[in-house]
Design a protein around this ligand. Sequence first.
Ligand code: ATP
Ligand code: MG
Ligand code: MG
Length: 548
Amino acid sequence: MEHNSSNFIKTIIKEDLESGKRDRVVTRFPPEPNGYLHIGHAKSIVINFGLADDFNGKTNLRFDDTNPLKEDQEYVDAIKADVQWLGYEWEELRFASDYFEEMYNRAILLIKKGKAYVDDLTADQIREYRGTLTEPGKESPYRNRTIEENLDLFERMRKGEFGNGEKVLRAKIDMASPNINLRDPVIYRVSHASHHNTGDKWCIYPMYAFAHPLEDAIEGVTHSLCTTEFEDQRPLYNWVVEECEMEHQPQQIEFGRLNISNTVMSKRKLKQLVDEGIVDGWDDPRLPTISGLRRKGYTPAAIREFVKETGVSKGSGVVDEAMLEHFVREDLKLTAPRTMGILKPLKVVITNYPEDQVEWLDAEINPENPEMGMRKIPFSREIYVEQEDFMENPPKKYFRLFPGNEVRLKHAYFIKCEEVIKDENGEVIELRCTYDPETKSGSGFTGRKVKGTIHWVDAKHALPAEFRLYEPLISDADEAEGKTFLDYVNKNSLEVVQGFIEPNMENVKPHDKFQFFRHGYFNVDPKHTTKEKIVFNRIVSLKSSFKL
Ligand code: ATP
Ligand code: MG
Ligand code: MG
């Protein structure tokens, strides 16, 4: 994968190779399998795999599975599928849990060196004793236990003699450090929980801050790339590698997180939306998950190009969602077949068109890519147009159908609205129009012009279809006081309408993508499409004010 543009991490790597500090590049993508990947993770994937690739290095996919309560095999499988779908191949598949024995031994090494101790304080007390930015921490009364006592207690922690939270192992660093992360962080906790990979073998689990540097060191990771909220943990990361006497020394480098407007991007919140049934699973097209974007119709290339465009820097601003949409339009422009679909149908009878006649008209599959060839569309006496393409009392500059007005039917003829049929409630249910045979599309007719061109489908041949139209799920992700993001869920984020499509689409498959004339790009939904009914997700509408 090409990752040409320069950035500060690339510069560091280049210098490391030139100076001989490193002779190779090894990175890793280290998700915790506690949820599905989102587009923020895609940024980390593109950076880790992309940078290694730039320097002929390698990238491991490593599951950072040190918290058994939240992790699940379902997430492991989904994450693997998403990384592959994005177009990346990992060198090795690793699980942090495969290193539990080694981590345990390194913890014992720390105890033996007088660099770790078993503490009986509760979690609340530990927090309280930790101090604040302006106040130094207070030492635990258990801090000066003997090495023998610590070794004994830690072994008994492993054997399961203590309940959850009864005892922890802490690194013995400095309770007065200006960096709170160094005030004797907890490195092991008791958790009597079954682990998706190690089952019931362990009832003590390493904390992230202890486990992660060891994982990197064990795997020979040269550049451990993470987001900037870990910047303050870097001294601890280095402390762990050094004090645990790891042979290999990885280097942690932080970059800014990706945030997108009108989007929640934390697995915790996404899980809440899924668990509370607010969305239709992790792959709901309204979610910024990789599986949601895929189901909506995003392509791997669009996601990769978007992420690359957001760049690699220390800062983490909020990127406009319109930028993501821009990239999928760019990717689909030349590949998606054009077609016509009616989302909210209004029947039109062409009164001067012969009853039994059917014409098969020629239409380009993609005018921007003529190599895609032509398609046939039927035309006969009854068609459907869009409800919003008719107005009985139009404002100025409305060029679509209204009584007495003439428009062009895309790929077909001019029609003129002659009569409006209403039901007993006064709702317009049908239009009677006439057509002019002289005006056939492609015939070179220049006799007169019309200002509006509308789309349509032939009523007799059309296939029914469902269209799912989306708006942002969260209308304002900034949480005001006393509110949570759930208070900002947009009630209109999904609109489902029943319409019609061209008959030549009979054999579409899940994930086929089309550009519906005037409506935008759509993807055949893999979950709801059946033999009887094709369901389309709108990926994105056609127009955008977004400029790169
Ligand atoms: P979340 O907070 O959404 O749960 P996380 O950071 O806890 O995300 P992990 O599974 O630990 O999720 O993430 C794996 C990797 O992806 C980490 O290196 C993390 O820094 C990176 N990552 C997660 N979210 C983003 C983001 N929004 N932008 C860039 N990288 C991200
Ligand atoms: Mg994490
Ligand atoms: Mg998280």
